[in-house]
Design a protein around this ligand. Structure first.
Ligand SMILES: [Zn+2]
Length: 123
């Protein structure tokens, strides 16, 4: 029984460490933008422009959803780097949420295995 308890405890401990790191990250002081950032090439539509053949003008777009309304904004050149990294932080937070759920699932699995290991059939 001792060996069993120690290995389960170690498994919980490893997962708790991972969870602590994720929570530290989530509680870190930073801003983010809940949205998607895309850069693409477009045609400007001016006659004779070199983009007539194929799209050549870079445009950055920020897609967001607030109060259930989708919004698609053009990001100014000056703001691109900042907006891109704010959206990146958002993705990091979403990934942390997924990892937290994953850890929770693993811990749940351990608890279930503990329950079935302790199960004593009555005969
Ligand atoms: Zn053009």
């Amino acid at each position: 029984m001792g060996k069993f308890v120690n290995s389960k405890k170690a498994q919980f401990g490893r997962l708790d460490l991972q969870r602590d790191k994720l929570i530290d990250y989530l509680l870190s002081d930073c801003s983010l933008i809940q949205g998607s950032y895309t850069e693409l090439l477009v045609k400007c539509g001016k006659a004779g422009c070199h983009c007539e053949g194929k799209p050549a003008h870079p445009v950055a777009r920020l897609g967001t959803r607030r109060n259930n309304k989708a919004q698609n904004q053009v990001v100014r050149v000056f703001d691109r780097e900042r907006i891109r990294s704010l959206v990146e932080v958002y993705r990091g937070h979403k990934a942390a949420l997924t990892d937290l759920k994953d850890i929770h699932k693993k811990q749940e699995k351990i608890v279930k295995s503990i329950i079935s290991d302790k199960d004593e059939p009555y005969s």
